[in-house]
Design a protein around this ligand. Structure first.
Ligand SMILES: Cc1ncc(COP(=O)(O)O)c(C=O)c1O
Length: 393
């Protein structure tokens, strides 16, 4: 008999996989897992096809092809005024997922505490555990304003820090709440790092999706934060190509060097043709500024539709998610509600409780579900039509 001791005894199938599997079984409309039901831009597909035909099709350099690292450096400089050395400070990764895992494994040591802000994307805590660290959690404050969801409370964040806190994981625009960072948040963060010596991991997978004329603010736009920050993003989210799994991380050379050590023994390098295609597309055709408008129309369409149902949409400032308040359906665990809506209406959603350490806990259940609006208008309309059958109790 093999004596197998799990390194992640509490981890099961992710809620995203679980709901997507159920959605397929029930032939439901999947507004759960965050992926578009439309194609990446034609110009990008063409650029990848060209790159594949012309080659090279062998291993890319471990840190990413120079053309893509150069294009990322230009992009980040244009967005945040921060210059990263494409040779030593930018690494192309297998999605934001691998960038997050490699960074956490490289930077967190046994005995370190790592602060997560709940609700938190599900990868962070298991990655910290694998690195031998301890995830600590501080919750976003629920807002008292009607129809707005959560607020950042920097005093609570600072109070949650311990002497052992090595890293804070940030994720703005925020999955699942859609919250974005304001200048005042960066001010508060600057003050915190001036008092506490630690690193920042900024998961900016939804950096190009910010609504209502606002803009994405990254910690790397501030010198004192950039010095200790790993910026991570995902071309999957930006280019409607989640299946290609290409992302990147930018960090000062000393930090990048450590991340690359893990990256090279995890994936070594990333799909060469897709990197070349993205590099060409970024330099020639990409209109990243149009993405927010594209998704804002979808957000507004879904909100308008949901207003015809018993579900109450909360305001989303960014990402391609919004939350709905399900209180009209009675008080239940969020997962129970998500399963009920899947079975009764044929619409898959994600319980927000899944983004907390204990999804069954009262503090994790705000009667909120996350809906993804990275879907064709017809998909959103069909989902709303189905949700209209829900009756208040
Ligand atoms: C907050 C956040 N970070 C990272 C990822 C993973 O991105 P990728 O698909 O590029 O690995 C996701 C995907 O859903 C996400 O929502």
């Amino acid at each position: 008999m093999i004596n197998l001791i799990s390194k992640l005894p509490l981890v099961g199938d992710t809620i995203f996989n679980e709901m997507s599997t159920l959605a397929r079984e029930h032939r439901a409309i999947n507004l759960g897992q965050g992926f578009p039901d439309y194609q990446p831009p034609d110009g990008l597909i063409q650029a990848v096809c060209n790159a594949m035909q012309e080659g090279p099709n062998q291993y890319a350099p471990m840190e990413g092809i120079p053309a893509l690292r150069g294009a990322i450096a230009d992009k980040v400089q244009g967005q945040h005024g921060r210059a990263y050395d494409a040779n030593t400070e930018i690494t192309v990764t297998s999605g934001a997922t691998e960038a997050l895992m490699s960074s956490i494994l490289a930077l967190v040591h046994p005995g370190d505490d790592v602060l997560l802000i709940d609700p938190a994307y599900d990868l962070y805590a298991p990655a910290i555990t694998l690195a031998g660290g301890t995830p600590q959690r501080v919750a976003l404050r629920t807002s008292t304003k009607p129809h707005s969801g959560f607020l950042l409370d920097w005093t609570a964040v600072e109070d949650a820090l311990t002497k052992k806190t090595r890293l804070i994981v940030l994720n703005f625009p925020h999955n699942p709440t859609g919250l974005t960072l304001k200048e005042a948040d960066l001010d508060a963060l600057e003050q915190i790092v001036a008092r506490h010596d630690m690193l920042l991991l900024s998961d900016e997978a939804y950096e190009h999706i910010v609504f209502d004329g606002d803009t994405h603010r990254s910690p790397v736009s501030r010198q004192i934060l950039a010095e200790r920050c790993v910026l991570i993003s995902s071309f999957g989210k930006t280019f409607h190509a989640t299946g290609w799994k290409v992302g990147y991380c930018c960090a000062p050379e000393k930090i990048s060097r450590e991340i690359r050590k893990v990256h090279q023994y995890t994936v070594y390098s990333v799909n060469t043709a897709v990197q070349a295609g993205i590099a060409t597309y970024l330099k020639t055709e990409a209109s990243l500024g149009a993405l927010s408008g594209f998704y804002q129309k979808k957000r507004d369409r879904l909100v308008e539709g949901l207003n015809q149902t018993v579900l109450r949409p909360l305001h989303s400032e960014g990402t391609f998610f919004l939350l709905v308040d399900t209180r009209a359906l009675g008080k239940h665990q969020e997962k129970t509600l998500a399963l009920r809506i899947l079975q009764e209406c044929g619409v898959a959603t994600i319980p927000v409780s899944a983004f907390y350490a204990n999804p069954q806990a009262a503090e994790a259940n705000h009667q909120l579900l996350r809906l993804c609006f990275a879907k064709q208008d017809s998909t959103l309309d069909s989902a709303v039509e189905r949700l209209q059958s829900l009756k208040a109790c």
